[in-house]
Every structure is written in C-alpha cells, then in structure tokens.
Design a protein around this ligand. Structure first.
Ligand SMILES: [Zn+2]
Length: 252
C-alpha cells in the first residue's frame, strides 16, 4: 500500500514537471507578464508578521518601471509587467540545500515544484511566474540564505528582510531572482562573489575600468577594483547588460 502511494506521488510529480516543461517554452515578451508574489513569514515572528501585513504592490512600482524600461531599451518595443500580491502562505518552501550534490539539487527542485503546485491550487492561474517571498526580521537574522529561482516551472524562493530599511536591497534581490526564472544566469564568481569580467560588468569598456558606475544586476555587486566590490545601493545603481538581455530573449 505504502509503496503504491509513493509511486503515485512520484508519477504526480513527473506529470507536474512535464506540464510545466510544456508551459515554459520561451516567453512571448509581447504579452504582459504577470508576477504573482506570495509572502511567507519565514521566522514566525510578530515583527515579521506586521511587516508582511503592510506590504503592497505599490512598493514595487520602481521594480516594475525598471523591468519595463530595460525591456523597452533592448526590444525596441514595450513589455508590460504587473505584480500581484497573493495570499500569505503558512508553509515555507523547501530549504535550498547548501553545497549540494547533483542528486540533492534535483531532489530539491522536484520538492520545490511540488510545493509550488500545491500552493497554486487556489491562486491566480494567469500568473507567468510565482515568487515565494520568505521574510525574516533582520533583528534576529543577520544574514540571509541564498535565494533561488527555477526557469523550469518559473518559480522562485526569495529570502528577504522584513524591514523598511532593506527595501532597496529587497527590490534588487527580487528582480534578480525574477530574471533567473526567465533564463538569466548569475554573473559572479561563486567562490568569491566577485562579478566576472566582462560578462558581470555593467560597462566592461568603461575607462578607467574601476570603479564601475553601475552594477550588472545578475552579477549582484558593483566592482570597485579587480578584487573588491560592493552592494549597489538601489536598482538605480544597476542595469542589465547585453548578455543578460540575450539570455532573456530581449535581444538577438
Ligand atoms: Zn542569482
């Protein structure tokens, strides 16, 4: 009996994966993009709860404009983005394994897709991409674990601070993860966190090269010398370079 149930669950997961793979064919950027956001109180604190309660899509207006302006710049025609705040979820997405083997990563990605599918039952079916926003009170959590998004399934698990002070950083992380879900790749050295030259530079031809005026969003950091970099202060201090635009399908 137990074995049959396990096989049934496995078959269900495979079916979900197949349906998602079918759905995920390249994004048609001429159509509007609906982004569904589900906040999660990740540390269970009352302070985090208060922060989640006052969230509004209005807070993401700058991120929306950033995406629309960048798409317009590369495509030469508009793409419209819309953020929707979905209901708050009580269950956390499965934790991303650290230093994981390939098998653990595959296992996690299946679990995450199953989780997303479960949460999706009563959510907006027209959403092109769903991000689970896991909020932590910075008074208790000083460093956030790495966020992740899957292109297959168009879902992301995004760790953010439940704090007004971190609003700018939160927006950077959110848009970075959102673009992962559409195929943009990381452009920093995984070992050092340093942007990779030239693909992780906003302007690899800048003279002098350092400090760079802006950060490439998928590199995450702004290079100030060959071996040092800093967090950009806000989305305004970032851009998407041509390589990212090609990965997204915004440019040939
Ligand atoms: Zn990333």
């Amino acid at each position: 009996m137990l074995k049959k149930i396990r096989i049934l669950i496995l078959l269900m997961i495979l079916l979900i994966v197949a349906v998602n793979a079918y759905r995920d064919q390249n994004q048609d950027w001429n159509k509007p993009i609906f982004v569904l956001l589900h906040p999660v109180n990740a540390d269970g604190l009352a302070t985090t709860q208060n922060y989640i309660q006052q969230l509004s899509v209005q807070d993401l207006e700058e991120a929306r404009t950033y995406l629309q302006t960048s798409a317009q710049q590369y495509r030469g025609k508009p793409t419209y983005f819309y953020f929707n705040l979905g209901r708050e979820l009580k269950e956390l997405p499965p934790k991303v394994p650290e230093q994981a083997s390939l098998l653990q990563t595959v296992g996690w990605s299946l679990k995450f897709r199953f989780y997303a599918w479960q949460q999706h039952q009563d959510s907006d079916p027209s959403a092109n991409v769903t991000l689970f926003l896991n909020y932590y009170d910075p008074a208790r959590t000083s460093q956030l674990k790495h966020s992740t998004a899957l292109q297959k399934g168009r879902i992301g698990s995004v760790n953010l601070f439940a704090s007004e002070k971190q609003a700018e950083q939160n927006k950077i992380v959110l848009v970075h993860e959102l673009l992962h879900a559409f195929g943009a790749s990381d452009k920093y050295d995984l070992a050092t966190g340093q942007p990779i030259f030239p693909v992780g530079y906003a302007d690899p031809k800048q003279q002098p090269l350092y400090p760079q005026a802006k950060a490439e969003l998928m590199a995450g950091h702004l290079p100030i010398s060959q071996s040092t970099s800093k967090m950009p202060a806000s989305l305004k201090q970032t851009l998407l370079n041509e390589i990212t635009a090609i990965e997204l399908g915004w440019k040939q």
